[in-house]
Design a protein around this ligand. Sequence first.
Ligand SMILES: Cc1ccc(-c2noc([C@H]3C[C@@H](O)CN3)n2)cc1F
Length: 328
Amino acid sequence: DFGSVSTDPEKHDVEYLTPISIGTPPQDLIVDFDTGSSDLWVFSTEMAASDIKGQTVYDPSNSSTSQILQGSTWEITYGDGSSSSGDVYIDTVTIGNLTVPNQAVEAAKKVSSEFTEDPNNDGLLGLGFTSINTVQPTPQNTFFDNIKESLDARLFTADLKHGAPGSYNFGYIDPAAYIGNISWTPVDNSQGFWGFTSPGYAVGTGAFRNHSMTGIADTGTTLLLLPKSVVSAYYKEIQGAEYDSDQGGYVFPCSPTPPDFVFGVNNGIVTVPGDMVSYAPVDTANQNCFGGIQRDTGIGFSIFGDVALKTSFVVFDAGGLQLGWAAK
Ligand SMILES: Cc1ccc(-c2noc([C@H]3C[C@@H](O)CN3)n2)cc1F
């Protein structure tokens, strides 16, 4: 069995939103697939009306197949400090043509303001490892963990694009979706993430510098967050680039286009084109741009977020416990 679903970027590729269906008859919601977490939670009828501003909500009482998971609760906090919490139902969930009949659906009772102020996002679907699912007293499987044994291959792929629809495929590698070879690297899932170590980097056409960068492949993080020393080495090559504490990161003149950023994956490389590093203008005159590459300070590891992922076709292989990166 295998399946595919389209995923669309919000403005500035800040997040990618993907349709799912929950319940009987199906309730269609649009959620943020996040390989950096492992809860499937959605806005729900159990929330205060004041916390809902445009989102579509899951109504378990309108689903003939929903069953409350008695006594279970969940609560999660994301890297940016946003958070949500609630209780748990078991219901049928469909992504593309793939259905899990007994998926734990975490219904929100509370969400922080960042979610309320994000009108097109109806929740998150975690594609991390089940070990970090927050449901208490018994952690619940992710959609992928529930479906993976029935897939032709225990993997999914992320093909995120800059300002255009991309796709998540489950159970197969589409040879038409990438060019060249896939570079494979082993995954450390001990923290519940798709963790790996990049051997180094290069700036523009410069020499490759051996510099281990241990991090996670995280579709739910917008930017590419790397060690301070690597980030300053990169921005040193851009005239006028500076760390702007007001903006909370490196800012530089939007033109000329900055140099490419290259990072290693095993014995291959991934190139982030310079025009993808100019993440978004910081002023209306579009003179200065906020960088798509920023420091990972305080996190404890690097985060290869959408700025890194959207340049590639990425295979999240749970069967082989490895990540595959290819150009496209
Ligand atoms: C409003 C909002 C806030 C945060 C996130 C969010 N989703 O994934 C992540 C990263 C960070 C890490 O926690 C796991 N992956 N962050 C999504 C939102 F819609």
